[in-house]
Design a protein around this ligand. Structure first.
Ligand SMILES: Nc1ncnc2c1ncn2[C@@H]1O[C@H](COP(=O)(O)OP(=O)(O)O)[C@@H](O)[C@H]1O
Ligand SMILES: [Mg+2]
Length: 331
């Protein structure tokens, strides 16, 4: 969606946050446009929460700037946060008060008719039946939804959510995704961080992929996938030798064994030649199926191969090798 010349919901330039010897955020640029459901994706410790804290004006950048709708929270304070709501890590509430009472206290701080919207936002997050219960008895998912309700009290145009589905059970994750989708459909721009690929794949149209404090890709998810080319999966009677063969075979790109088989990129001619080569080597094919490159494959290629390919921000190659265990690929 076009911004029609008005300042974008989030524009970060050269954001740096240093904690003594730890470079938590290392020159990050972000461009969230109106209408985006923008995924800020990266493994634990990548710098996501720190970046979102700077965006919300909760901590001061060591270097660089972030602007929300053209306003700088460092220079303009609370005024820069008009139309912006969200929370980092977990939302905080008084546990001994009810969900409704917590919202009433927040609404009193927000002013601007927020009190009248309490029933409405409780309805949106489907918490109305439990609003009279103490937060102490809420599940993690209910607290997250109450957090969203409190954000919605402010009638935001931009929602900033830090790993909103992390720690939820599968049903809670599905509910959270539906809710975010619905808010986006209502015209709210969403910036959400996640280390969970399925969540981002399902929700987001544009992403920034971050590793070790640096953006290694920013752009449309669809472009990133196209860049990966057509992928295939192979299960064979001898995956170890099949991998060796794949590495020698012309036209078989990025072969990778993952314990349940082999993934690689290739065009159809190369796949046909590879299947014949497997047969000649006495390796039986149990399954050979085309699949779209997953975001996970692309992530590892971006972060492990020195981040070649598209980098609209001119970000440098990612440093170091990411630990695959840190990135949760399944729910
Ligand atoms: N207040 C702090 N003091 C020192 N180091 C911090 C602080 N906050 C974050 N870090 C470090 O910065 C890095 C990025 O952390 P964080 O932004 O929380 O990552 P993410 O949210 O992507 O998991 C980590 O190495 C973390 O330990
Ligand atoms: Mg975090």
């Amino acid at each position: 969606m076009s911004d029609g010349g008005s300042p974008p919901p989030v524009k970060a330039r050269g954001l740096v946050k240093r904690y003594k010897e730890v470079l938590a955020v290392d020159h990050i640029d972000l461009n969230v446009r109106t209408g985006d459901v923008y995924g800020f994706l990266g493994p634990n410790g990548a710098g996501k929460t720190t970046t979102l804290r700077m965006a919300l004006g909760l901590i001061t950048p060591t270097e660089g700037t972030v602007e929300l709708f053209g306003r700088n929270p460092m220079r303009q304070g609370a005024r820069a946060l008009e139309g912006v709501a969200g929370f980092v890590e977990a939302p905080r509430f008084y546990p001994y008060l009810t969900g409704r009472k917590n919202l009433e206290l927040l609404a009193a701080l927000d002013g601007d008719g927020a009190s009248e919207r309490i029933d409405e936002v409780l309805g949106v997050v489907e918490l109305a039946p439990r609003a009279g219960h103490r937060v102490a008895g809420y599940s993690h998912g209910m607290r997250q939804r109450l957090g969203l309700a409190s954000a919605l009290l402010r009638r935001p145009r931009l929602l900033i959510l830090d790993e909103p589905a992390t720690g939820l059970d599968p049903a809670g994750m599905r509910d959270m995704r539906r809710l975010i989708r619905r808010l986006a459909d209502d015209g709210i721009t969403v910036l959400l961080s996640s280390h969970q690929l399925p969540e981002v794949q399902e929700l987001c149209d544009r992403v920034a992929i971050v590793d070790s404090g640096r953006v290694v890709y920013e752009g449309a998810l669809s472009d990133l996938r196209r860049q990966g080319g057509a992928g295939y999966r192979l299960r064979s009677t001898d995956d170890v030798r099949a991998l060796e063969l794949a590495r020698l075979q012309t036209g078989i790109e990025h072969p990778l064994a993952d314990g349940t088989g082999l993934g690689f990129q290739a065009d159809e001619d190369a796949v046909a030649a590879f299947s014949l080569a497997l047969g000649r080597a006495g390796i039986g094919i149990l399954a050979l199926t085309p699949e779209l490159a997953t975001l996970e494959d692309l992530f590892f290629r971006l972060t492990e191969n020195g981040a070649g390919g598209s980098q609209p921000n001119g970000a440098d190659a990612a440093q170091g090798v990411s630990d695959s265990d840190r990135l949760v690929a399944t729910q």
